[in-house]
Write a protein that binds this ligand. Structure first.
Ligand SMILES: [Zn+2]
Length: 445
């Protein structure tokens, strides 16, 4: 009756709780209670049915507890610490890795899973490529990888080639092998020719002809490559190396004892050869080997005389001052080497030859060439070329020339007065004589 009243029950419960708390506050009572609880717990666990029920209850309790987000946080932190501790042990990590690998292999053995994995990989790859930085990096990695692969491949090919070369060399070093090979090749050629039709054979012959023409052209170009570097000992002509052939002076002298070797081997004095062998062009060789002096031999008066030192390096004007004849012609400089060439007709102006040439050097009045030269320059607006002569040189040259056959023939003598007027050995001003000034100024006006 009393317990059925809920108000009365609540009051009783709170009274009991207070009594129990008072009882537990005594340490002796607490110990006794613990012992009793432990015994009850052990008895409950020994019963497997009871234990299973308790486990189910605990699991349910734990799930309820975890469903509260607040409780999950500390749990996660605790788990992370525990896991990090486990992973810090390398042995444990290795075990974990191998376990993961095995799991992954099992998972991949299913074709369905493989498909999924491929799709996922493709998507990840696309994202990587589309990203500018990672795309660039992956390209570079690929490039390096490809280059390494190529290098390895090339190295392998080279090794194979070297080995093959070595083997071939060993094989060919035996003359027996070489002979067998060449006879096999000629058999093959004969068999191949037998198979050809008449047209094809003609084609082959044409190819052969073309090949030999090409070879001839190459040979020709090789021969002329260095230019005409050889000279004929007899006529002094310059030739390409393929155009000359040798003759021995001793052979010729023993064959033709009365033959004038000095004339036939004209240049042998200037360019002696210890072996006695000299080069000849085909024409001269033909003549000399038959004991005849060729008609173009230098000894027939074709040799140029040596230019004496005093005539070398005279300027154009200096040459004209002392020459016995002055031809009038338009002479121009050719190219950068300033060789001279004649432009248009040669004009022969009648001049009094004895007046001009009998006394040398000429004064400015009588050096017609200078006056003509100046006039030509005056046609242009700029200054004419002012050329000075060196009387010392001119006198030296003229002293030599008046003793030559040509000058004696024209009765040319040396004018000592001119030398007295000039006096100087070195370069002098353009107008050397006051009497010339009038002539020059008239021209320049
Ligand atoms: Zn010759």
């Amino acid at each position: 009756m009393v317990r059925s009243d809920s108000e009365e029950r609540r009051r009783e419960q709170s009274r009991n709780t207070a009594d129990y708390a008072t009882w537990r506050s005594i340490e002796e009572n607490r110990g006794r209670e613990r012992t009793r609880d432990a015994a009850a717990h052990a008895s409950a666990r020994s019963n497997s049915e009871e234990r299973r029920r308790q486990q189910v209850q605990n699991t349910a309790d734990h799930a309820t507890w975890r469903s509260i987000e607040e409780n999950r946080g500390p749990e996660r932190a605790r788990d992370a610490v525990a896991r990090a501790m486990v992973r810090s042990d390398s042995e444990e990590r290795r075990r974990e890795q191998s376990r993961n690998t095995a799991d992954h292999a099992t998972w991949r053995s299913s074709e369905e899973n493989r498909g999924l994995e491929r799709l996922r990989d493709a998507a990840a790859h696309r994202i990587t490529r589309n990203n500018h930085i990672t795309g660039h990096r992956s390209k570079r990695t690929n490039t390096v990888h490809h280059r390494n692969t190529r290098l390895q491949q090339r190295f392998r090919e080279q090794q194979i080639q070297e080995m093959a070369d070595e083997r071939l060399l060993t094989y060919r070093s035996s003359s027996q092998n070489r002979q067998a090979e060449s006879s096999r090749q000629s058999q093959r050629n004969i068999a191949a020719r037998a198979q050809l039709s008449e047209d094809e054979r003609e084609d082959q012959r044409e190819r052969q002809r073309r090949r030999s023409r090409a070879t001839a052209r190459e040979q020709y170009l090789r021969n002329i490559k260095d230019g005409p570097t050889k000279f004929c000992t007899c006529c002094g002509g310059t030739w390409f190396p393929s155009q000359v052939s040798g003759l021995n002076i001793r052979t010729i002298s023993s064959k033709y004892p009365n033959f004038s070797l000095d004339n036939a081997f004209y240049l042998s004095r200037k360019f002696p050869s210890p072996s006695g062998k000299y080069q000849f062009c085909s024409t001269c060789r033909q003549g000399v080997s038959k004991g005849r002096i060729p008609s173009l031999c230098l000894s027939n008066g074709f040799d140029f005389p040596e230019i004496p030192e005093c005539l070398k390096n005279l300027t154009c004007l200096e040459e004209r001052l002392i020459s016995p004849r002055i031809p009038f012609m338009r002479i121009i400089s050719l190219g950068y080497e300033r060789q001279c060439g004649i432009r248009s007709a040669v004009v022969n102006v009648p001049i009094s030859v004895p007046d001009t040439v009998s006394v040398l050097p000429r004064t400015f009045d009588s050096t017609h060439v200078i006056q003509v030269h100046l006039k030509r320059r005056l046609e242009y607006s700029h200054n004419f070329m002012t050329e000075t002569i060196r009387p010392g040189r001119v006198i030296q040259a003229v002293r030599y020339l008046v003793n030559t056959e040509l000058y004696r023939k024209h009765n040319i003598s040396f004018d000592g007065d001119w030398l007295n007027q000039m006096g100087a050995e070195e370069e002098i001003p353009f107008i050397a004589d006051e009497s010339d000034r009038e002539v020059v100024e008239e021209l320049l006006r």
